[in-house]
Design a protein around this ligand. Structure first.
Ligand SMILES: [Cu+2]
Length: 147
């Protein structure tokens, strides 16, 4: 038992080190999916990930759509993103900075003078029977610091 004790002490010291090492090395390699159903919207509208995580958009609609960064509000990187998603196409971004990535589709939304996405209106929108032009096609990714 005398000879076993030092071995146990070393083993006990290594266990928490292993846990700490695994925690420090952890990076969120997960991929969250945002679908465009057969409607002019991103589903889900809001997605929360951690730094190192990625978002993959999929256009399940029969029309073209865009993923465009709202640069006035974007604090999570990938400013200037302006990507066409044809029907059936995918597009992925990996986020390495905490913040928010506000985005919209420039065929089904546009930015007003305050950089807020608004519905396309008479020039591009489809008016329903109540006279509304619908919801601007937009979404937001929240990127939390590494856990
Ligand atoms: Cu669109």
């Amino acid at each position: 038992m005398r000879k076993l004790l030092p071995v146990l002490i070393v083993a006990a010291a290594l266990i928490p080190m292993g846990v700490v090492t695994a925690g420090a090395a952890h990076r969120d390699g997960s991929v969250r999916r945002v679908n465009i159903p057969e409607e002019d919207r991103f589903a889900p509208f809001a997605v929360t990930i951690h730094v190192g995580g990625a978002v993959k958009w999929f256009n399940g609609d029969e029309d073209d759509h865009f993923v465009v960064s709202d640069d006035a509000f974007n604090t999570a990187g990938h400013k200037g993103t302006d990507h066409l998603l044809q029907p059936g196409a995918t597009f992925a971004l990996r986020f390495n900075h905490p913040g928010v990535f506000v985005y919209y589709c420039r065929l089904h939304a546009y930015l007003d003078s305050f950089n807020q996405p608004v519905a396309p209106g008479p020039d591009g929108g489809i008016q329903d029977q109540n006279g509304n032009y619908g919801t601007p096609m937009s979404g937001v990714i929240t990127v939390l610091p590494e856990s």
